[in-house]
Design a protein around this ligand. Sequence first.
Ligand SMILES: Nc1ncnc2c1ncn2[C@@H]1O[C@H](COP(=O)(O)OP(=O)(O)OP(=O)(O)O)[C@@H](O)[C@H]1O
Ligand SMILES: [Mg+2]
Length: 245
Amino acid sequence: MAKIEIKTDALNYECDEAFKALRTNLQFCGDDKKVIVFTSCTPDEGKSTVVHYLAMSLANTGKHVLLIDADLRKSVMAGNYRIPETLKGLSHFLSGQAPLEDVLCNTDIDTLNVILAGPMPPNPSELLAGETFHKLLGAARETYDYILIDCPPLGSVIDAAIAAKYSDGAVIVVEAETISYRFVQEIKEQLEKGGCPILGVVLNKVDIRGQKYYYNYYNKYGKYGKKYGYGKYTKYYGDSETKKK
Ligand SMILES: Nc1ncnc2c1ncn2[C@@H]1O[C@H](COP(=O)(O)OP(=O)(O)OP(=O)(O)O)[C@@H](O)[C@H]1O
Ligand SMILES: [Mg+2]
């Protein structure tokens, strides 16, 4: 099995806290929520970033995590790792061009394995809908505590809804101040129609210097809010909270 080296920027205090909160909320969803799809309404809302840090955060607590880059059309996740040029990816495996052991990678975190997307195939949706992907997830369920699947935005292509059919739940990543409530609602309904429960929403790229979020943040974290309250922040809303909104 190839070993790939994770490249990361150190998280600031508030991001680190946000990922701990996201990790904890996910764990409270129950141990039957193993296979989790991450999608969004539009590109660039931060899915790959969120899923990457969440996978590391879960794995650092000793959970066995498999991170699958299922964005077969425009993968950026490979950029998060130092990888050998010959490494094969999910598209090779799903099209029968490589066995699982050639695409499954170890990382510098013992309990984190990764499958990168590989080159873009001509038929991404068909590959994800196929029995091979279903079987891969079935086998992974036996080995891992969490299988996190990074998908393309559902507002652009159907792939996330296809992957969600084989999953136990979905998390929608929403870029703050950019996406309308109605658009998120549509994506939520589309996922639910396929039978996939929504576990929650990650509100990403929140400018905590903006008054609205700054005061929420400050009230929640007391003195630390003021000291570390800069930059973009990631906040998780569990299902019960999103229903209230
Ligand atoms: N909380 C954040 N604060 C600041 N920048 C962020 C944050 N989250 C993500 N980004 C940046 O936004 C850009 C898009 O992020 P990312 O690639 O994770 O989005 P994505 O939703 O996976 O995009 P795509 O739909 O193309 O797959 C990247 O440059 C990333 O570094
Ligand atoms: Mg992405």
